[in-house]
Design a protein around this ligand. Structure first.
Ligand code: XMP
Length: 504
């Protein structure tokens, strides 16, 4: 595949995604990833990402380019282009005019499939003033800076081909992969499936058994199905815990569909334990921690200790992995997502993470390849702590009942109007606020319910969904008429940031 060296750009992940969309497997590593490791992977090509630094700054991330050049063809993007120039004897300086956002470049030597003049997305303050020896400048920006250069086995661009606003960005990446690296475009769902089944068999071996925690969501379902196909149902033990915090009838419905998929699954009803442990707790982090702890206790008791279980499988995805290897900067914990944190150590199990190299869209494609039904693959994400973080304040049985009923009305309406799959995530939040209302001829004093619906591509950022007023009017009427305990409905019009998707 391809190796992407990350110099800290916010778009590094996009480079990997775009290459994979084109059918080229690619993986991201820190810019410090050793040449020896890279050589072992025998990559078709290496891509140097953008980054926030200036190459001539003290302490900026550096890398021996000559060494890399001896391994495979190189593509430098933005900072990557500047670094190439800097290291190979060209000259990089501060630009007189920074170029941010949309810009035009004109090619002097046209690459396959790319027109002479095109729109690109730029974000840089430095420019290559003089290209290194052996390089030809092949495009210029409107501000008359070099926008692309190449030598025999190195291509470098000042703009971001991975960003959707750059026209023909995919063509440029394809040109690099196919014409310069001669890579086959063979990364597709059937290939991914075969590759992962083989990997799983290698990792787990001939006799070990594997434990899988199912959540009803896409990732764990795909993982369980993949493992079951690879190892056989006798060796793959799935556990689906009812924490009492699932949507209305969710436990029964999902358990049923799991059995239909041929999974060896055990449903464990632990709703009493969760609810009693949550009693009196109102702080969001305390609620999350409690649920995490009880989950581990329940899960630990859920399977037969005499079975030769040596592995715990998890639906970790590539974005989670990248967050933890990110070479520059790091993210702060905004909320603790602890669904399974600490579990493998405590249980002395090895970790199997078969989809840790995949993005969400690849997991869905893999799921389809494994024969999972469409509706299962396109379910909205659902948080580990479940409805507990949507009943603000203390979680009681009565409040959960109200929330489940409201949620049921809302989601059914979304489906009825064909809106469900246009939305990343939609849910209700029961507020610990009561207001006065009038229903029939009497005064009421009941809860406020908030509706939330957001669009997003990865949950990292999100925008609220612009429903038609009539839809909101109908849902509000249905809820206040049908669900006892709610007399007022509001719609959340906050994006992320500054809000988060969930309210707790
Ligand atoms: P926030 O609220 O942080 O959520 O914007 C981003 C995405 O993560 C989901 N979420 C969780 N998922 N365990 C999970 O598996 C958790 O503890 C958790 N908390 C939030 C949230 O639903 C959204 O999709």
């Amino acid at each position: 595949g391809f190796i992407i060296l990350d110099f800290g750009s916010q778009f590094t992940q996009l480079i990997a995604r775009r290459l994979r969309e084109l059918g080229f497997y690619s993986e991201i590593h820190s810019y410090k990833y050793s040449a020896e490791e890279i050589r072992k992977k025998n990559p078709y090509g290496i891509i140097l990402s953008g980054g926030p630094n200036s190459v001539y700054e003290e302490g900026s991330p550096q890398r021996d380019i000559k060494e890399l050049r001896n391994i495979s063809p190189l593509l430098g993007v933005c900072y990557g282009m500047q670094l190439l120039s800097h290291q190979l004897g060209g000259k990089v300086t501060k630009a007189q005019h920074r170029e941010y956002g949309l810009n035009y470049v004109t090619w002097t030597s046209v690459l396959k499939d790319v027109p002479k003049k095109q729109k690109v997305w730029m974000s840089h303050g430095d420019v290559v003033e003089t290209a290194p020896e052996g390089f030809e400048i092949i495009a210029n920006s409107d501000g008359n800076h070099p926008a692309a250069m190449r030598s025999e086995n190195v291509l470098a661009v000042q703009f971001h081909p991975e960003v959707a606003h750059t026209e023909h960005g995919l063509d440029l990446l394809r040109y690099f992969a196919q014409e310069m690296c001669h890579a086959p475009a063979d990364w597709d769902a059937p290939h991914i499936k075969d590759h992962l089944m083989e990997e799983v068999r290698k990792q787990v071996g001939e006799t070990d058994h594997v434990l899988v925690g199912l959540s009803g969501g896409v990732d764990s379902t795909v993982v369980a199905t993949l493992l079951t196909k690879a190892l056989g149902a006798e060796r793959v033990h799935c556990v689906f815990v009812d924490n009492g915090l699932l949507r209305k009838n969710e436990f029964e419905n999902v358990l049923e569909s799991y059995k239909g998929l041929g999974l060896n699954v055990k449903g464990v009803d632990a709703s009493r334990e969760f609810l009693s442990e949550l009693k009196g707790k109102t702080d969001p982090e305390e609620k999350r921690k409690t649920i995490g702890r009880v989950f581990i206790e329940v899960f630990d008791k859920s399977y037969d200790k005499k079975l030769p279980i040596k592995w715990l499988a998890q639906g970790t995805l590539y974005p989670d992995v990248i967050e933890s290897v990110s070479s520059i900067g790091g993210s702060v914990t905004i909320k603790s997502h602890h669904n399974v944190g600490g579990l493998p150590e405590k249980m002395h199990l090895g970790l199997v993470e078969p989809v840790r190299e995949l993005f969400k869209d690849e997991v869905r494609a893999l799921g389809a390849q494994l024969g999972l039904p469409h509706a299962m693959l396109w379910r909205h994400p659902f948080p580990g702590p479940g409805l507990a973080i949507r009943v603000l304040g203390e979680v009681t049985e009565e409040r959960l009942r109200i929330l489940k009923d409201c949620d049921d009305v809302y989601i059914s309406e979304l489906r009825r109007h064909g809106l469900y799959e246009k939305i990343w995530q939609a849910f209700c939040v029961l507020l610990p606020v009561k207001t006065v209302g009038v229903q029939g001829d009497s005064r009421t004093y009941d809860h406020v319910l908030a509706l939330r619906a957001v669009t997003s591509s990865d949950g990292m950022t999100a925008d609220w969904y612009p429903f038609e007023f009539q839809f909101l009017r109908d849902v509000s009427n249905l809820i206040t008429n049908k669900v006892k305990g709610v007399n007022r409905v509001v719609y959340d019009v906050t994006s992320k940031p500054p809000g988060t998707i969930e309210w707790e």
